[in-house]
Ligand binder design. Sequence first.
Ligand code: MN
Length: 256
Amino acid sequence: MPEKIFISDLHLSDTRPDTTALFGQFLEQRPQAGDQLYILGDLFDAWIGDDDDAPLAEQVRTWLKALNQRGVQVFIQRGNRDFLMGKRLMRETGAMLLPDPYLTTVAGQPTLLMHGDLLCTDDLAYQKARRKLRNPLFQWLALRRSLASRREMAAEYRRRSGEVTAQTAAEIMDANEQTILDHLQRHQATQLIHGHTHRPAVHKHPLADGRIATRYVLDEWHGDHAAAWVDDDKTLRREEISPSGTSPPSAPVPPR
Ligand code: MN
């Protein structure tokens, strides 16, 4: 039975080769022909444009293309770190770029897929910066700069983002309850899968019509550990990923 596999927040970077190695091993061992792999944002810690010729970008392009060639469909949402991923990357790898949010069916239920940064509406400064970074004119101008200049911009962006994260209260950077309900309501969804916050959990949200929606927050990847959520068409379950392979969890993650 083909499966849908959901991951996000790998934050691949030259500074974390172990995570890149774990991702390579996961791609080789886990998705089977017919499966669909959903990468819900922040595959890369930075993406300076589809013309990036750095070894890491080339490596991941090669892996995604190989996946596509053995019959695994890859779907990608942009994250706040790799928002410059575009059509050329998709053409070269055979992956498909998904809008954010994106409505689909998971385990038989209407399910919204998001990176998750759009849910963090308490962080007004971030939402303002996001509007600027997603502006097509800003992006067009940024992509006209040389690769070297864009690498510098990305390093500066990462440095500043780290500073801001250290200074912003944790609650402000989490998903806003009302924004979650608004999205579920607008799309008539009863499930939401997203990453971004790096706070893996399963949350329950009572909806206005009496139904209970479930929100799955994906794990951030590390070199020695990661996790995926997997839909076999009936149930959505968590799978641990480690350098020794993938395995089901020892105990189910309790809703909270
Ligand atoms: Mn993110």
